[in-house]
Design a protein around this ligand. Structure first.
Ligand SMILES: O=P(O)(O)OC[C@H]1O[C@H](O[C@H]2O[C@H](CO)[C@@H](O)[C@H](O)[C@H]2O)[C@H](O)[C@@H](O)[C@@H]1O
Length: 397
């Protein structure tokens, strides 16, 4: 089965060269984020190293190469393509951009073009679908409160869930993403996987110390797996401090996602990005058990626990009874750096497929790509249709 580079999944995509992004460097610099906040080696792909750890006692510095990579990652965190090209002062025609995108697709082929191959690989396996929300099911918009998914997308997701276990894994709070998606038949994980809702019959979750019983939106008893429970009040405190700190920065918006909080800078004048970055870093100096990551024009504060979207995928697969890797083909569709943790887990352990949603070339651990949310919808529709036909013709029962 082909994955990315056109070779077998095992190994080959890693042999490809990274696509460097100088725009990210500039962005982080503008955000005033300090290099000592970024303890990871930058020799690998930028996404997999996108976690900022707040230093315990070290002074903050901004002057080594590592911070530049982090800055680059921040800068490139948002299409549209034309704007990005303008931001990095590259004089390219759209033809050049198209060529760059097409070359990138050699490594990350379209999941639509490779659909038959994906289905062949799924033969005799249970497909499990994982979906990110923002930028995957809903287009990126300026106001996070208005990031709605279309009814057509909702029905595509609902159809897929008729045939395959389907989970949403979002950086938003679980309640918020449930409200936006509104499909009770799905599994939901909010706060980057730190808040997972499972049926009460799920014994794996029931036996875990991080698990509590609760009721869902329909009043049904459920298990909630919340590995960062003890950080609840700390996150709330940081949220309130960040709201206060950034209240005079026009366009800054702070969201409370229960187990993490974030500061949006999408609508902040670029000359003030460094102020936003400095304020967040300043606040976090008082909280050594929290760390900083970033998404698309957003700085995210979360507990420094060994948990991310990748861990959430593993937990959900185990909980749903798919611990035996050969029986399952997990597919994860996402657009964000935080989704890279999940892509990595899928590749490494399950021979599953990460699909990156991106209209611009980006280095990723995904195997395939889709250009935008409309292609995501098409892919989901094809999955449901294919399985429906297979069941109708008795090819699969
Ligand atoms: O994991 P996700 O479901 O992708 O959530 C990640 C973040 O998504 C939201 O922010 C992003 O989308 C907004 C609406 O399109 C956009 O305005 C913002 O710039 C993006 O970063 C959400 O508001 C964040 O809290 C999530 O962490």
């Amino acid at each position: 089965m082909q994955c990315g580079s056109g070779d077998e999944i095992a190994g080959s995509p890693y042999l490809m060269e990274s696509i460097p992004s100088s725009s990210d460097k500039k962005t982080l610099k503008r955000l005033g984020i300090h290099s000592s906040l970024f303890p990871y080696s930058q020799s690998g792909p930028p996404f997999s190293t996108s976690v900022l750890s707040i230093p315990r006692k070290k002074p903050l510095k901004l002057d080594d190469g590592r911070s530049n990579s982090w800055l680059e990652a921040m800068r490139s965190s948002s299409p549209p393509r034309k704007k990005i090209l303008k931001e990095v002062n590259i004089d390219v025609s759209s033809d050049d951009a198209d060529v760059a995108y097409l070359s990138w697709m050699i490594k990350y082929p379209s999941a639509l073009n490779c659909f038959q191959q994906i289905m062949r690989q799924a033969r005799n396996k249970q497909i499990v679908i994982f979906l990110d929300y923002d930028g995957t099911l809903s287009p990126i918009v300026d106001d996070p409160d208005r990031a709605f998914m279309s009814n057509e997308m909702r029905s595509a997701v609902s159809n897929v869930a008729k045939y395959f276990p389907t989970a949403i894994i979002s950086g938003r709070s679980r309640d918020k993403v449930y409200e936006l998606v509104g499909l009770p038949e799905l599994y939901y994980a909010g706060s980057h996987g730190m808040d997972i809702m499972l049926p009460v019959e799920n014994t794996l979750a029931t036996n875990d110390a991080n698990c509590i019983k609760a009721t869902d939106q329909q009043g049904k008893e459920v298990n909630l797996f919340q590995p960062a429970r003890k950080f609840l009040s700390m996150i709330d405190e940081v949220f309130r401090t960040l709201v206060e700190k950034t209240k005079d920065i026009k366009g800054a918006k702070v969201e409370n996602h229960k187990f993490c909080t974030c500061v949006h800078y999408r609508n902040v004048d670029q000359k003030n990005w460094s102020v936003v970055g400095e304020y967040v870093v300043d606040v976090l100096k008082g909280y050594p058990r929290l760390r900083l990551t970033h998404g698309r024009k957003v700085l995210e504060v979360r507990p420094e626990i060994d948990w991310d979207k990748g861990k959430a995928v593993e937990f959900l697969l185990d909980s749903l009874g798919f611990s035996y890797h050969k029986d399952v083909l997990p597919i994860y569709i996402g657009d964000d750096r935080t989704d890279e943790d999940a892509f990595k887990v899928l590749r490494g352990k399950y021979n599953g497929y990460g699909i990156l949603v991106s209209a611009i070339p980006k280095e990723s651990k995904a195997c395939f790509s889709l250009k935008d949310t409309s292609q995501v919808k098409k892919f989901l529709e094809s999955l449901a249709k294919t399985r429906e036909v297979e069941e109708d013709t008795g090819e699969r029962s």
